[in-house]
Design a protein around this ligand. Sequence first.
Ligand code: GTP
Ligand code: MG
Length: 294
Amino acid sequence: METDDYDYESYERAKTRRNNPRTKISPMHKNSRTGTVIAVDRGRYMILSRKTTHYAMRSSALKSEKIVCGDKVKFIADKVVSNAQNAKHDTLARIVEVLKRKTYLCRALNDDDVNDRVIAANVNQAIICVALSNPAPRTNFIDRMIKSCVNGGVEPIICWTKNDLLNEDNVSSESHNSVMKMVKCYENRGLKSITIGFENEGAKKIANFKGVQKLLKDKKSVFIGESGVGKSTIINLLVPNANRVTNEVNEVTGKGRHTSSSSKMYALDGLGNGTFIIDTPGVRSWGVLQKNDS
Ligand SMILES: Nc1nc2c(ncn2[C@@H]2O[C@H](COP(=O)(O)OP(=O)(O)OP(=O)(O)O)[C@@H](O)[C@H]2O)c(=O)[nH]1
Ligand SMILES: [Mg+2]
């Protein structure tokens, strides 16, 4: 561009232009409906409201307020979309308000983090999945998850997974003993727990499956834990059409591969109308802030 072509006048105008003052009156959203967030995936939300599913985005008025599975929200929708895959941009509903949470589960990246991140809302219990082997259990991690549950009014339940790997083919008798000692320690603290593992190599079934169903009955539960401990595997067994992707633990690092990247809630109607479970992406760290005011 030649210097002489430059529009000096419009440049001057742009420099002095100011935004018009905004109204302080918030919109009434008279026609909004109420629903529960059942899936969160990269800025898009699925809401269940009166047995209908809506695919939604957030209103800009919510700013950075986090919306998670289990949240009760108010939303505006002009079209009903029962299948997220069919949703086009112009049919997206808009979430305009997140209602006060009765309970919540939060995690910080580390203890010095400035903010807590909500993981799930309005759940009764958290199923803290911990593999007895592969990846090896970390008590520090378990204790932090328990603390977050207590902070948010959520009952912590430990689900020891991969019981089938705790044998002499996979672990030394020393490791076996120290893991069993750890399990006993948590039992002595009076925490509810359950132990599960594959019944066979084909992995079509897990031992103590009925016990898991009994624990979940009539409750809203969120499955949390390190990557690779088997959260999505249990979800798939509980909800046969869930089709959550699962992946093997990395043989070199011994860590999970962060297979699940979205959170999703499922209804287990067979166990009673109020039974819901939420699968969450695995994490590698769990910070707990001193002050928790979500
Ligand atoms: N031997 C054994 N393997 C299991 C068991 N449960 C899960 N696995 C395996 O562990 C691996 C990880 O399972 P996932 O269900 O993907 O774990 P996840 O906790 O959902 O992992 P992220 O989505 O990364 O958080 C898969 O290869 C599963 O087949 C179990 O009880 N025994
Ligand atoms: Mg998973």
